[in-house]
Design a protein around this ligand. Structure first.
Ligand code: UTP
Length: 296
């Protein structure tokens, strides 16, 4: 019987340089996809998967992110007085139960592995999830829930994976596959951004369920590393030490909202998925494309 996964780490301490100058003063995670900040999509997905404790690894200049989860009493009172119950209901989703959120500081952006390691004392001896807010995933059920259900069967550690064209593997962590069971694969190894000879085209994306021993591996990497501390290396060490690591080919569409092109694609997809926007928006897109074609 697997121990229930109830804690998730959200590493949000990166510099977000690909979105400068916007990220000079706004955390990337507060940037909005239609009308909700990226962080809200991540929180909703984690809640749906049964996560109860939300651990944010933050850094300097991320104050807006912490404020986002505070109750906006004045605003709520004004909306209540004017009978705007639908908006009040929307705001209710942004309120978190007291004590459900913890903020840990990563003092220097030393990599994703280091950011996760910063939360070690809050994790203790339990399996935990890691959610990268840059990766927005439209999935039903949501990706993390699919993973928690699969992990319940497999145990060990699990990463979300998707097939990418071979030439794109150099931008991802890539799985070396020991056994392919369809939706689930068992990994023999994991390589971060392979420059040549990728072991497969199964890329790792920003959802993880990790055994607590991954924290111990990060601890060792922390001692030895000079540059960035990679989460991939700590997961690969699990395999080296004989503990199982699986990949789940999740059902859904992932958008890389850490890149400008990905963010724009997500904006179009999420806009078109909204009942209140889709007709007007689809017509507009149609016209834009027709005008482009006419100009060619
Ligand atoms: P990225 O590789 O996307 O880096 O981090 P970034 O700094 O956010 O963005 P760019 O590349 O400069 O535009 C992936 C995830 O890991 C977190 C980021 O916040 C993001 O969620 N991260 C990365 C940390 O929390 N700390 C780090 O030291 C590095």
């Amino acid at each position: 019987m697997q121990r229930k996964v109830t804690k998730a780490i959200f590493p949000v301490a990166g510099l977000g340089t690909r979105f400068l100058p916007a990220t000079k003063s706004i955390p990337k995670e507060i940037m909005t996809l239609v009308d909700r900040p990226l962080i809200q999509y991540a929180i909703d997905e984690a809640r749906a998967a049964g996560i109860k404790e939300f651990i944010f690894v933050t850094s300097r200049g991320k104050g807006a992110l912490e404020d986002y989860f505070d109750h906006a009493h004045e605003l709520e009172n004004t909306l209540r007085k004017s009978g705007k119950d639908d908006l009040l209901e929307l705001l209710r989703h942004t309120n978190m139960e007291s004590g459900a959120i913890a903020y840990i500081r990563q003092h220097k952006a030393m990599g994703l592995g280091h950011a996760v390691w910063c939360a070690r004392r809050l994790i203790g001896d339990e399996p935990f999830a890691v959610v990268l807010t840059d990766d927005v995933i439209a999935g039903d059920p949501p990706c993390l829930q699919q993973m928690i259900e699969a992990h319940h069967e497999t145990g060990g550690s699990m990463v979300a994976t998707m097939e990418v064209p071979m030439e794109k593997t150099r931008s991802y962590g890539v799985l070396d596959i020991a056994e392919d069971m369809g939706a689930i694969v068992r990994a023999r190894g994991m390589v971060e951004k392979p420059k040549e000879n990728p072991p497969s085209n199964l890329a790792v994306i920003g959802r993880y369920i990790l055994a607590p021993t991954v924290m111990e591996n990060l601890n060792k990497l922390k001692q030895g590393a000079g540059g960035e501390i990679q989460l991939t290396d700590a997961i690969a060490d699990e395999i080296e030490e004989g503990r199982p690591v699986f990949g789940l080919r999740f059902r859904g569409q992932r958008y890389d909202c850490g890149s400008k092109a990905g963010f724009l694609q997500a904006t179009v997809a999420f806009g078109l998925a909204r009942d209140d926007l889709k007709d007007e928006f689809a017509e507009y897109l149609h016209d834009v494309i027709a005008m482009r074609k006419a100009a060619e």
